[in-house]
Design a protein around this ligand. Structure first.
Ligand code: BYC
Length: 326
């Protein structure tokens, strides 16, 4: 080994030790800090998937903006879908601090090479789906994301703080839609129960595969990106839903669901993981539609990107000119 090789190795060991110290102290890694390559890649993977989920997640609800049952409902739904666009943008920005460009992430998504949350590959045939998405999907998102506010990577944790505040409003508006339907006619009650029946199991799958089939968990937990396991968060979510379902008067569609006092866990029926893996493989009910819509939106937005780039070039040339004159 040459002296310069040895110096490089020593500097790397020192940087690794500093990184380990920051993680152990529950402090934050910032973009300027050295980080192991695998940590950087894991964060890009998770944050980009999360950003894509927010952007693709606009579609199931976007489907109801023109058909919301009142002007007030339309305004609320529009604001919620806009919030999701905002979440996608903060998250793409957080991922960009790790050295990937927005264009690369977008390309991976529209090429079908990037994952996004399985939940957005299900259809929204009735208005009650807006209630079920808010209550169950945003509810699951909050359970999963509140611990992410303490993620060890600063830009991700900080983005999550604002996102969680908005998600909690989203969940309440979903609950309120279902409550209104459950206080309505029998047909409205049936519509609400049907939506809960369809969204319940997919919402449990949002937390990811069971712990013993989760390849990324151990490392992400050691790096304090993840704070709780997939199964623990799923349990916490069920515990949150049970009293809320009672208040709504809906039934959670699992005949085996009960509190197992001996093991201090919710006992549930087996989750159909084959359905989850089918959706991940691109064969869910709406995968093809969601991706095609995203591709179409990207293509039809090309002129906006071109106009913005042309404007930026003009501005840069103008300020160059002003600098030269000065
Ligand atoms: N869907 O080792 P694992 C929202 C993948 S949007 C698809 O446990 P990890 C909202 C996983 O990526 C909220 N893929 O992974 C928006 C991995 O694949 P790769 C979205 C999934 O990362 C609009 C493989 O399975 N939330 O709130 O340790 C309207 C093995 O899994 C899923 C987030 O993105 C899934 N459900 O843990 C309304 C939260 N689950 O990458 C609402 C941030 C797992 O190795 N993400 N996979 O090929 C996370 O917290 C974690 O990434 C996960 C998975 C808990 C999801």
């Amino acid at each position: 080994m040459t002296a310069s090789d040895a110096a490089v190795l020593a500097a790397e060991a020192e940087a690794q030790a500093r990184f380990d110290e920051i993680i152990a102290a529950d402090s934050r890694i910032e973009p300027r800090d050295w980080m192991p390559e695998a940590y950087r890649k894991t964060l890009i993977r998770q944050i980009a998937q999360h950003a894509h989920s927010e952007i693709i997640g606009m579609q199931p609800e976007g489907n109801w903006i023109t058909r919301a049952p009142s002007l007030k409902r339309k305004a609320i739904l529009l604001a919620k879908v806009q919030d999701e666009a905002g979440h996608g943008l903060y998250l793409y920005s957080a991922a960009q601090t790790l050295g990937i460009t927005r264009e690369e992430m977008t390309q991976q998504l529209i090429d079908g090479k990037a994952k996004y949350s399985s939940i957005f590959n299900y259809p929204t045939p009735t208005w009650a789906d807006m209630g079920a998405i808010g209550w169950l999907v945003d509810g699951a998102a909050i359970c999963n994301q509140v611990p992410l506010c303490r993620a060890s990577y600063g830009p991700y944790g900080r983005a999550m703080v604002r996102i969680c505040k908005e998600e909690s409003f989203h969940q309440r508006q979903g609950f309120e839609i279902l409550l209104t339907l459950m206080r309505g006619t029998e047909a409205q009650q049936r519509m609400a129960q049907d939506a809960v029946n369809r969204w319940y199991w997919p919402s449990l799958m949002m937390f990811g595969p069971p712990d013993d089939e989760s390849p990324n968990s151990a490392r992400s937990t050691a790096w304090k990106i993840k704070r709780f396991s997939n199964d623990d968060l799923r349990q916490r979510f069920i515990g949150m839903l049970v009293p809320q379902a009672e208040a709504l008067g809906v039934t959670l569609p699992d005949p085996e669901l009960r509190w197992d006092a001996e093991n201090e866990r919710w006992h549930t029926s087996e989750i159909d993981w084959s359905e989850f893996y089918e959706v991940l493989a691109g064969r869910g009910p709406m995968n093809a539609v969601r991706l095609q819509n995203r591709r179409d939106a990207h293509e039809s937005g090309a002129w906006v990107r071109e106009a913005a780039a042309a404007y930026a070039r003009t501005q840069a040339a103008r300020s160059d000119g002003e600098r030269q004159v000065a």
